[in-house]
Design a protein. Structure first.
Length: 196
């Protein structure tokens, strides 16, 4: 009988140890963060930029045989400063419409007219930004990622990106810092009242 109690005690102890060990292993593995080298981080950032549609608004386009095509030398440079600003009918907006420019780098809505920013590594883009600025811009919707700056304007969907992991945001930033610099100062937004 004594051996039976010792054997049962041992089995209970062993089972408890295994269960605790499995639980702790699970908790530790959940807390582990993937550590990537810089090349892997840039590659991950390039992938994320392509699937979340950054180029849809931030890359100037020309009309091609299959529709709008990105202008490779202006990739991710935002609304071209050399382009005249299109006229927009504020009456149409007051009727409930939002409008996009022909290459999607400008938009008009109740907020006024906004222009897609330059995301290239040039100083007129994000060349002078810190990783902290970039994360703040996408987490808090702050212009240039500055604490006391104005909010990012529509149609920038920062509120969809704010829940990305730190690692994903850092990867996107690392990739954008490798994008060919394009000197392009994007126009300042315009108030709806200023549109004719």
């Amino acid at each position: 009988m004594h051996k039976l109690f010792i054997t049962a005690g041992f089995l209970i102890f062993a089972t408890g140890t295994v269960l605790i060990s499995c639980h702790n292993h699970s908790a530790v593995s959940e807390k582990k963060q993937i550590v990537m080298d810089s090349a892997e981080k840039v590659k991950r950032g390039e992938y994320l930029v392509s699937i979340i549609g950054c180029e849809d608004c931030h890359s100037p386009k020309k009309m091609g045989p299959m529709g709008p095509e990105i202008i490779p030398e202006l990739r991710l440079s935002g609304y071209p400063s050399s382009r005249p600003i299109q006229k927009a009918d504020s009456q149409v907006v007051k009727q409930g419409w939002a409008l996009f420019g022909p290459d999607l780098t400008s938009a008009v809505g109740p907020w006024g007219m906004s222009f897609a920013g330059n995301l290239t590594s040039d100083e007129t883009g994000i060349g002078n930004w810190t990783e902290e600025n970039f994360i703040r811009a996408l987490r808090e919707g702050k212009y240039k990622g500055l604490e006391n700056s104005r909010p990012l304007l529509p149609p920038m969907p920062w509120f969809d990106f704010k829940n990305m992991t730190d690692e994903d945001l850092k990867s996107i930033f690392a990739y954008l810092k490798t994008v060919k610099p394009v000197a392009n100062v994007v126009p300042a937004p315009r108030q709806l009242a200023d549109l004719k």
